[in-house]
Write a protein that binds this ligand. Structure first.
Ligand code: MG
Length: 271
């Protein structure tokens, strides 16, 4: 039997954004208090999101608009994780074809990568993040490059994107189209895969046993956090409800109804 975990042993936090700190443009109850108490107690944390469409600057502005103050160094998106991963495995001279939005383009530019035109035969990587301007031509270009041998990389596998009252197609739906067309499965960098967790933990500087992943999705935040050897905390605030939790094989170490309940429990445990 693994040892029971306690909130007191947590020295650092990875925190999902959408569904934990806010939904849409509404802050979650307790989100501000949670972040300001981590600041106050000087506990290291990173805000870890699979969303590749926004830049860290845009996230800082969005959070500020919700009354949550963080600096850019506290944000790690799946787009940044892809750029950092490519920085580790190849040189900036490598040509990359991108399907995605500003967050992904900006992250790759920041690591000095040159982005390729579709007819460039030297393309070594096809990187795919959510693209709400997706066209058939982009799918065609990407699938031809993958068939020619370019490495197929996905920012995140999220099949859906929760909007206020419905589910829109997420990046996983775009990856599925390319996978169907090429027979090639993408290398996923975002949650639940290990690449983004390894990057996050090394930036945070805490050990895995003392680091908690807080999220609202069982199959990404909690499954990924468990695989990475982290303490996992589910908030039943958005995607996952009690009924789904009871039916799932994925078990978080701790479950709270909201960021507010988690904040109160942390206050008690650090008192
Ligand atoms: Mg979420």
């Amino acid at each position: 039997m693994p040892e029971a975990k306690s909130l007191e042993q947590i020295k650092g936090f990875l925190i999902d954004l959408d569904g934990v700190l806010y939904t849409g443009n509404e802050p979650m109850p307790g989100a501000r208090a949670l972040i300001s108490s981590l600041h106050g107690k000087k506990l290291p944390f990173l805000l870890l999101t699979n969303n590749s469409t926004l830049t860290p600057t845009q996230y800082v502005a969005k959070l500020r608009g919700l009354g949550i103050e963080v600096d850019e160094g506290k944000i790690l998106t799946s787009a940044q994780a892809v750029a950092l991963y490519l920085h580790e495995v190849t040189t900036p001279a490598s040509e990359i074809y991108v399907i995605g939005e500003e967050g992904l383009y900006s992250a790759l530019h920041k690591e000095s990568f040159s982005l390729a035109k579709s007819d460039n035969k030297d393309v070594r990587f096809v990187v795919v993040g959510l693209d709400r301007q997706l066209t058939y031509q982009k799918l065609l270009d990407a699938s031809l490059l993958i068939q020619r041998g370019a490495t197929f990389i996905g920012c995140n596998p999220d099949k859906t994107l929760p909007l206020e009252d419905r589910l829109a197609p997420g990046n996983g739906a775009i990856l599925a189209a390319l996978e169907a067309a090429t027979g090639v499965s993408p290398l996923i960098v975002g949650k639940p895969e290990s690449i983004i967790f390894d990057l996050a933990i090394s930036r945070l500087g805490t050990s895995k046993e003392e680091t908690a992943m807080i999220g609202d999705r069982l199959e990404t935040d909690i499954a990924g956090g468990r695989n990475a050897g982290l303490i996992t905390i589910l908030t039943l605030s958005h995607v996952t409800d009690q009924h789904e939790l009871e039916r799932s094989f994925i078990e978080p170490d701790f479950t709270f109804d909201s960021a507010e309940e988690l904040h109160k429990a942390l206050q008690r445990s650090y008192a």
